[in-house]
Design a protein. Structure first.
Length: 128
């Protein structure tokens, strides 16, 4: 099965060269189908390792919230943003803000996830 990234050369170039971490997710199978270089680097995985890692392994602490958002995005067909933590390959939890967008390709529904590392931002926020 070809992923949407493999099927569209323009999308593939945009996806891979984006400086923002990006992932294509199969929400039904809990799989990461594609990840760009920035996405691999943010989580500390090689591309091959990340494609073998389930979405639920990246978001174990907030699995219910992630599932609810994925269902909402798939149902509404509109993008949505959420603050979640991502577990890195080393097991640390990285605060992120994730924007999810549903799209279809060759009759299947997928989710494009664009992620921002919020660890620096949160460290600078005043405590109180």
């Amino acid at each position: 099965m070809r992923t949407p990234v493999e099927g569209d050369r323009s999308f593939a170039r945009l996806f891979e060269h984006s400086r923002e971490p990006a992932y294509v997710i199969d929400p039904v199978d809990d799989r990461i189908l594609a990840a760009n270089s920035a996405g691999c680097a943010m989580l500390g995985y090689t591309h091959e390792e990340l494609l073998r890692t389930r979405v639920s392994q990246i978001h174990p602490a907030e699995l219910a919230e992630m599932r609810e958002l994925l269902d909402q995005v798939l149902c509404d067909g509109q993008g949505s943003t959420i603050k979640l933590t991502c577990r890195t390959k080393l097991g640390t939890f990285l605060p992120t803000e994730m924007s999810l967008h549903a799209f279809s390709s060759e009759g299947r529904l997928y989710v494009l996830g664009l992620v921002q590392d919020r660890s620096e931002h949160r460290q600078r926020e005043p405590e109180g």
